[in-house]
Design a protein around this ligand. Structure first.
Ligand SMILES: [Zn+2]
Length: 245
């Protein structure tokens, strides 16, 4: 597909809008064929919530970075219009708690609502039930999201399926790896706790006895030109790499 109808999300929108027009693409707000995500990972996550199901095109902001020739905004938009960007389908995590259903591209985090009070919980998978775990909470991450918060807790990343890591538990608990099709249920034994997904400022409060089921969903996030976010040749304005790995 060669997308022509493009919506724009992120920061420095005047620059992004002008570039879309210069590239000969049609700027739209309704029924886009692709969404230019002008910013970093956070912009991509927000755009996925705002435009679910529409392919996302990440592009970093030139004023904050020294971008390699391939990832200048003009070059990205030219390849978009030519249908030449790589296409990735990233699995989404789904958390179900009562009537609430949350989708996440990076991670779903269950954490203590009050930093002074640990949360007590039990985790259940097809393999069995954990003992009661006391700590700051649980981080569930997709492979795409596992280089963020999950990695800082688990000291590893996820290659396939999704990962579950237990944050600051009083007894060491090994991270769990689950395959597509598997799920984990977390039961709050003592809260209060809250459930957050990606960088969404909204959260769901969990009371004692709440059960959250987390699994990979059926839907994926389509990203065109994902290499723009992990490029080793692009540099932040301070000269450091965007990709820590
Ligand atoms: Zn680059």
């Amino acid at each position: 597909m060669k997308p022509q109808r493009v919506a724009v999300a992120g920061d420095d929108l005047p620059v992004a809008i002008a570039a879309v027009k210069r590239a000969g693409l049609q700027l739209v707000q309704r029924d886009p064929q692709a969404v230019l995500c002008h910013g970093g990972d956070g912009t991509l996550l927000r755009a996925e919530r705002e435009w679910p199901g529409v392919p996302k095109v990440p592009a970093r902001i030139a004023s904050r970075a020294r971008l390699c020739p391939d990832h200048q905004l003009e070059a990205v938009l030219r390849r978009l219009g030519d249908g030449a960007l790589s296409r990735d389908e990233l699995p989404l995590l789904v958390a179900q708690v009562g009537a609430w259903r949350l989708e996440a591209l990076n991670d779903i985090v269950l954490r203590n609502d009050n930093a002074a009070t640990a949360v007590r919980l039990v985790a259940r998978t097809a393999a069995g039930e954990s003992g009661e775990i006391t700590g700051d909470g649980v981080v569930c991450a997709t492979p795409f999201g596992s280089t963020g918060y999950f990695r800082s807790v688990a000291r590893s990343i996820v290659e396939d399926g999704f990962g579950v890591a237990f944050s600051n538990s009083t007894e060491p608990v090994e991270p769990v790896r689950l395959s597509p099709g598997e799920s984990i249920e977390i039961e709050i034994r003592r809260g209060p706790a809250e459930l957050v997904r990606d960088n969404d400022p909204r959260s769901v409060n969990l009371r004692d006895g709440s059960r959250v089921r987390i699994a990979l969903g059926d839907r994926t996030a389509v990203v065109l030109g994902l290499d723009a976010l992990g490029c080793q040749r692009c540099r932040k304005a301070d000269g450091s790499s965007f990709n820590p790995h």
